[in-house]
Design a protein. Structure first.
Length: 462
């Protein structure tokens, strides 16, 4: 994963630098050291406890899946049980899983992408959301996994603009919101910049109506803050850096503390203090300015993976006969008919493979390969040996040597019609057959739901 992350981030940097001559030189020189400071902050505070933090670290050009970072155990556990009941955690979790180098379509046995796409109604609305402030994150996630549902979801989201161009959250009614408006601008830009240009430009006009002399954006009347500022700057960074105001950037950078974090007003103390969420948003703003949208990066990661399927995994042997010893096949993984380097996948073998039964081997893609493939092999009961078959009146008696606690299946055939009987005894008497007719008889063991090989057929006259 690290290799592909590095390559794609380098590409993102190249595109960003080649396509934009953005801020005045003095602001550009300020952004880089501010970015480096917040990188240092996360490098020091390297335990990631939320999807927001994973997304921000990735936006800074860092590999959140590398050894430089560790996931909080509770957060890591939560990624395996994401629920659509919490749209924010669910959608951000999908993006985070991608940025951590895993496949959200096959994550610990769950297909989160299918669940995500299942939230998209026919009209493009997102089930379970109450407004654009929630549905925009569903669109981010859809874009991150290159879903075919992006178009219909984006179209519906664009239709939710208020008359003044703003997007809103629901609190006993629609409330225009700067941050939500900025988020939607980024999402619609990624969906189709040209198609949604009229909606986006009207949204920017709304934001500019709240631009203050100190460089802050505030349509709420409560005063500027680093959270809202970060969201607006992200929108400009994705849509058109040339329109970004130097003073607006300076306002955000004025909120950065010496340790690299960003401050917000603590309403209890009345003081500006370091704030984890504010740092998340500010870091994403600086990262988006430098590398482009993190959701675009996630989409690139998904598109870059080679998906492994069962066709790519071959076992040296799929059936073994019980011998009391551990038995397992060798695993060969190929792609485009070429053997993969072992650094591109991890093989998990069953812990116990001695008893009769079916066993699963799991192959999980790594680096630029994705997908989890499960293949099975079987250890069958040992063959049952027929000791004798004796014809009796209108039937026969068959005896055989079987292992303890083993069921035996007896098959007898006449004129291509086969009848089966099961027994746990070492002798079976079959009656009510056609007198004078010759039957083909064979036996096999059954244990733990697995059948052993058939014995050789023996003929007997009833």
């Amino acid at each position: 994963m690290k290799k592909i992350l590095t390559g794609l981030l380098s590409a993102a940097m190249t595109v960003s630098m080649a396509t934009t001559v953005a801020l005045a030189a003095n602001s550009q020189t300020k952004v880089k050291p501010a970015l480096n400071k917040v990188v240092g902050y996360y490098t020091k505070n390297n335990t990631l406890s939320s999807s927001d933090q994973v997304i921000s670290v990735a936006s800074l050009g860092l590999d959140a899946s590398s050894k430089s970072f560790k996931l909080d155990p509770d957060y890591k556990k939560s990624l395996a049980s994401l629920s659509t009941k919490s749209i924010g955690e669910f959608t951000k979790g999908i993006v985070a899983i991608t940025l951590l180098g895993d496949n959200p379509a096959s994550y610990q046995g769950k297909n989160y992408v299918k669940s995500l796409e299942g939230l998209v109604a026919k009209d493009g609305s997102i089930k379970g959301t109450t407004g654009p402030n929630q549905s925009v994150y569903a669109l981010y996630a859809l874009e991150s996994v290159n879903s075919s549902k992006v178009s219909v979801a984006a179209k519906y989201l664009a239709s939710q603009a208020m008359d003044n161009g703003a997007f809103w959250y629901n609190y006993n009614g629609k409330f225009a919101d700067d941050a939500t408006t900025a988020w939607v601008i980024e999402a619609l830009t990624l969906a189709n910049k040209k198609t949604y240009a009229p909606v986006i430009n009207k949204a920017f006009a709304y934001l500019e109506g709240g631009y203050k002399q100190d460089g802050s954006y505030d349509n709420s009347g409560f005063g500027g803050n680093a959270d809202t500022q970060s969201c607006v700057l992200q929108a400009y960074a994705v849509y058109n850096k040339k329109s970004m105001k130097t003073k607006a950037v300076d306002y955000l950078l004025s909120k950065q503390l010496d340790d690299g974090s960003f401050s917000a007003l603590n309403y209890t103390t009345g003081k500006e203090e370091s704030n984890a969420y504010t740092t998340v948003e500010a870091a994403r703003a600086l990262g988006t300015y430098t590398y482009g949208s993190v959701y675009q990066q996630a989409a690139a990661f998904n598109a870059s993976y080679h998906k492994l399927t069962k066709d790519n995994v071959k076992l040296s042997k799929t059936t073994y006969v019980y011998n009391g010893k551990r038995q397992q096949p060798t695993v060969k993984v190929t792609y485009d008919k070429k053997a993969l380097n072992k650094k591109n996948y991890v093989v998990t073998l069953p812990k116990e493979a001695k008893k009769v039964g079916k066993y699963t081997i799991t192959v999980k893609g790594k680096e630029d390969y994705k997908g989890i493939v499960k293949v099975t092999y079987t250890i069958t009961p040992a063959a049952v040996k027929v000791k004798s078959v004796k014809g009796v009146k209108k039937g026969f008696v068959v005896s055989y040597q079987k292992a303890p606690k083993t069921t035996v299946q007896v098959a007898y055939t006449l004129d291509k019609k086969t009848t089966y009987k099961k027994t746990t005894k070492s002798v079976l008497k079959v009656s009510a057959l056609k007198a004078g007719k010759t039957y083909d008889v064979k036996v096999r063991a059954l244990q733990n739901g697995v059948y052993g090989p058939w014995s050789k057929s023996v003929q007997v006259k009833a």
